[in-house]
Design a protein around this ligand. Structure first.
Ligand code: ADP
Ligand code: ZN
Length: 622
């Protein structure tokens, strides 16, 4: 909970109310005892005079400097019993005394005792005092609490937003598929456990290690494993938590973090998303950010401020080392970089093995088949995959995970949640032609991956899907493979054009077209696969957040820019024409496959290829 005036009000209202009742309950009776002898019946002054006239009043006691009287009276109106009745007297009531005297009524005046004033003074003080105390308590509590309410009141003081784990419980065996990074860290664990080995020979231990890799590849896990193996506490914070609205908060948080860490050395400090604070200073993009620079400076100061051998190791993670401030990477700071990449086949298999340990998996399921089907999956994706499969299994009240659930989970992770198929309609037919278009072009082309299945069951954003079996080695792709992919991606739109006519084509191809353009562009500007020649004209993602014209540091002339555009168009046009030819030449098979797809909703890859093979040669040289 953050501090706000609304919260303050919410908290203090009940306190105000409670203290008011307390005051009434404790002090009011005591105060009353001193002036009116506790009587509940009251009577107006006028009625009191009438009572005197009627002779019903027997005794009058005057209190409060003549402001109040308590009378003892008896009369028919009050049940003919002697009663004590309280009467408020007007400021000046000169006739009263004469009247009382005339009627021989016993009169007694009681002097005001001093402690009445004292009590009422105390009573008046008590309420504000209580309020002040409770508010003080409230704030003190918020400031001490970690992550508790009211933090913004302590500008610049620690919010203690970092997490501390005394024991992470993670060991190296929990981390798989990133063996090189692991080896690097085994050495660090040895240092934390036996620093004397290193100090004896005068070796300096790295203070900071930078883990570079895409999200979900196990960077946090690895850092925790060091702490777990070395049996030291694990301090962690995310870079984005440093950067606050108030200038100076981030810097003081860094200071607090290192202070706490020093008290607990040896230990591991883990800073996730360090790029949030550690971005190159003074680039001017998006305006300067004083707060971020102050925080970064503080971080640099702290890293320089402790001796290399105190036993604190700072591990930071980012997915982009290239945008970090060079000062961070200087010796004595994050001078070691360890890359953590998306795992390859063997890595995926190892990771699956780690996460399969605590799950009941049918013995017919081969983890290597799953690993083969999941190129591009990170460790987190794989962990998620097995978990999804386990959930699906439980939902179906089975007691072992089978290949069926795993397949479903893979599809779900890649393409989103499954929807229900459309009812038969023109658009269902169009989607069927679109998908069969992708699938047949992919099947007939020699350099294209094989079809794994075609389906009309929507998933995520997609209305229908054609899945291809990913080829394992994705690192080297030939020109004809890229062209085959472009044609495969154009297959859907080409089928729409030929079967339904130019005016009926739909927006359903927009995603395909994005891929087509991006692949063609990269052929020209990155892979030197056009007549412009073997030149690299653009970086992978020069600046994904800025338009091409703005943050463009590609050094080519306007003349080349025009050439690039015309080369891209040439590639796409050629592929488009060839794709249309494939569709036209195979119209009979396509019609049959569409009927089958509409009937079955999903056609498996093997069945698909078998059917095509009955009519034509697969693959074809196109
Ligand atoms: P990162 O910090 O790189 O974004 P995490 O370490 O937070 O990724 O990974 C999230 C989860 O994914 C981990 O808790 C773990 O369950 C799983 N995971 C990721 N990488 C691996 C790996 N290499 N080995 C085993 N599990 C992994
Ligand atoms: Zn498509």
């Amino acid at each position: 909970m953050k501090f706000s005036w609304k919260n303050l009000l919410l908290w203090s209202l009940p306190i105000i109310v409670i203290s008011f009742f307390l005051w009434q309950g404790i002090f009011a009776p005591i105060a009353n005892e001193n002036n009116t002898n506790l009587t509940n019946s009251r009577m107006t002054y006028g009625r009191f005079l009438e009572y005197i006239e009627m002779g019903w009043v027997k005794k009058v006691d005057i209190y409060d400097n003549g402001h109040t009287a308590v009378i003892e009276a008896i009369g028919p109106e009050i049940g003919n019993r002697m009663q004590k009745i309280r009467v408020e007297l007007p400021a000046s009531a000169p006739e009263l005394i004469t009247k009382l005297k005339k009627n021989h009524i016993d009169l007694d005046a009681h002097p005001t005792k001093n402690n009445t004033a004292l009590w009422s003074l105390l009573g008046n003080l008590f309420f504000p005092l209580l309020l002040i105390t409770s508010l003080t308590l409230l704030f003190r509590r918020s400031n001490n609490a970690t992550g508790g309410p009211g933090q913004a009141m302590s500008f610049g003081k620690s919010k203690a937003l970092f997490q501390i784990e005394a024991k992470t419980g993670i060991i190296f065996d929990d981390v798989a598929g990133i063996d090189e990074a692991k080896e690097e860290f085994e050495e660090i664990v040895t240092f934390l456990k036996k620093p004397e080995y290193f100090t004896a020979v005068g070796a300096k231990i790295p203070k900071g290690v930078l883990l570079v890799g895409p999200p979900g590849t196990g960077k946090t896990l690895l850092a925790k494993a060091i702490a777990g193996e070395a049996n030291v506490p694990f301090f962690s914070i995310s870079g984005s938590e440093f950067v606050e609205m108030f200038v100076g908060v981030g810097a003081s948080r860094v200071r607090d973090l290192f202070k706490k860490a020093k008290e607990n050395a040896p230990c591991i400090i883990f800073i996730d998303e360090i790029d949030a604070v550690g971005r190159q200073r003074g680039t001017g993009i998006g305006g300067g950010n004083d707060e971020r620079e102050q925080t970064l400076n503080q971080l640099l100061t702290e890293m320089d401020g402790f001796e290399g051998n105190t036993g604190i190791i700072v591990v930071a993670a980012t997915n982009r080392a290239d945008i970090l401030d060079s000062a961070l990477l200087r010796p004595g700071r994050f001078d070691r970089q360890v890359n953590v990449d998306i795992p390859d086949f063997k890595g995926r298999l190892d990771i699956l093995n780690v996460h399969a340990k605590n799950k009941k998996i049918d013995k017919n399921v081969s983890l290597s088949i799953i690993a083969r089907r999941t190129p591009g999956f990170s460790g987190a994706d794989l962990a998620n995959l097995l978990n999804e499969a386990a959930i699906l299994t439980a939902r179906e009240r089975k007691n072992q995970i089978t290949l069926k659930e795993i397949d479903k989970a893979i599809d779900r992770i890649i393409a989103g949640m499954e929807g229900t198929a459309l009812i038969d309609s023109k658009s269902k037919r169009l989607i069927a032609y679109h998908e069969i278009g992708h699938a047949i072009v992919g099947t007939l082309l020699k350099d294209h991956e094989n079809v794994q299945k075609v389906t009309l069951i929507p998933r995520g954003q997609a209305r229908g899907l054609t899945w291809f079996t990913p080829s394992e080695d994705q690192s080297l792709i030939s020109r004809s493979q890229i062209k085959a992919r472009i044609m495969g991606a154009l297959g859907g739109r080409a089928a729409e054009e030929i079967v339904f006519g130019e005016s009926e084509i739909t927006t359903g191809a927009s995603n395909d077209l994005q891929q087509v353009t991006s692949m063609a562009r990269q052929m020209v500007t990155r892979f030197g696969m056009s007549t412009i020649g073997p030149m690299s004209l653009e970086n992978e993602d020069s600046n994904p957040f800025l338009g091409r014209s703005m943050g463009n540091n590609n050094e080519y002339s306007d003349e080349i820019a025009i050439k690039i555009d015309s080369q891209i168009k040439l590639i796409v046009d050629e592929c488009h024409k060839k794709t249309r030819d494939i569709i036209k030449n195979n119209r009979v098979i396509i019609d049959k496959l569409v009927d089958l797809l509409i009937e079955k909703e999903t056609i498996d890859g093997n069945e698909f290829t078998t059917i095509i093979k009955q009519y034509t040669k697969v693959p074809q040289k196109i």
